[in-house]
Design a protein around this ligand. Sequence first.
Ligand code: BES
Ligand code: MN
Ligand code: ZN
Length: 490
Amino acid sequence: MATLKSSEKQSSDILVIGLSQKAGKLTIESSNSTLNAKSLLATLEDLGATGKSEEVTKVPFTSPRMIVVVGLGESEKEFSSETLRRAAGCATRSLAGHKVADFALPHKNSAQFAAIAEGIALGAYNFTDFRGSTKIDQKAPLNSANIISKIGGSSEGKASLKRAEIIAAQTHLVRNLVNTPPSHLTPDSFSQTMKKIATSLKLKSEIYTHTVLKSKGFGGITGVGQGSANPPRLFHVSYSPAKPKARIALVGKGITFDSGGLALKPAAGMEAMKSDMAGAASIVATIFAAAQLKLPIAIDGWAALAENMVSDTAQRPSDVITIYGGKTIEVLNPDAEGRLVLADALVKAQEVGKKAGGLDALIDVATLTGAQGIALGTRTAAVMTNNEELSDKFMKATQVSGELFWPMPLPEELRASLDSPVADMANIGDRQGGMLVAGLFLKEFVEPSVPWIHLDIAFPAFNDRGAHGYTSVGGTGVSVRSLISLLESF
Ligand code: BES
Ligand code: MN
Ligand code: ZN
């Protein structure tokens, strides 16, 4: 984790600045007014710099020793927070192996300052837990950064730095959990590790074991987990500040590996299914961040954990299971397992929420459908809801966080495709609109009076292409920042 500070003066050998472009004309964009832009621009032109986003040009210099020039795209009076966040992250990634750098990226307000801080902290990440002989070849992420700014010294600026560090640390926790292979991350180990962190943050948590889940009737989680040697768990963590302004329940899909079960997935790409617990990791990390930020919101988190495997004890297509609370489900496709574990957890979350006086919001986060990627691509996640007001509030929060989400409908006419000839419902329906059908399935387990949003983060949770902006390869940690921004808006 990079530590962040801010001052008006340069204090290291490396300086990061921005470069923009309009009609072929390059412009240096920097919060450092002492820089001689003219001679530097000539050098950048010689080097063929274009100012495009994701472009990093390193220029040897005398004092500082090196200038790192990061593209900001088209020249603007003011750059958007997300442009600055990505540029800061991109520059930070290029500085792996260095200890310290000064960042003089342009900014006019505290939101932009905060975005630069977040970009740096998020970009300073790598994952080497499972490297042996090649570990020494890996460059350590940038260790500390000084943001050159007039804003950073204010109390608001200082709070932004602290917030960026907390948010990045929790995003990195999600990335680490997603990147950890299923050989080393099971429903039990996930629960144990999270319980330790929860305890260190003075949060209450409990682990529902396989036996407890069975005896209490959590047929979704136990059904999905029954084919695996690594038994399922339900992990519950709660943050209860004094005099909360709102009460929220978060539910996460925690499939530590999704082989597809007897509907076995093709070998090509199956490895990405170690990311199928990203929702669970995200909601737990969000609660940890909320506690560290001391947000005045009571939050219960429910991570529904199981490994979806093939074996003689695995669920068979046509098996009927009973979800917590009594609804029966015909499991036509054991690869549509996320909705089964989520159904149990959604019902439990509402039961506990009701006892505590009612929920202001119920939010589930899940790598739920391949159809998400068909509809929105690899980087934009989906939002579905039974409550437009809450969905709008969440979309506003994504404007602050810079994460890409898009609202999707839950068309009533698709619901009938989930009808089963033998049980209350089947676990699959129409293939067309598969993401929406999955959302409609979950909706059946949500009380109409409870404001609910469902986040399908299937592809955005795991980046199996190149690193970009502040996003590393592998687990991305998507949804944590938007959830925090949402909690802050209550
Ligand atoms: N975990 C997958 C969804 C997924 C696919 C996440 C690709 C990330 C990348 C989920 O459990 C699944 O297998 N869904 C099926 C549902 C279908 C059988 C109705 C799917 O999307 O194919
Ligand atoms: Mn599946
Ligand atoms: Zn899955």
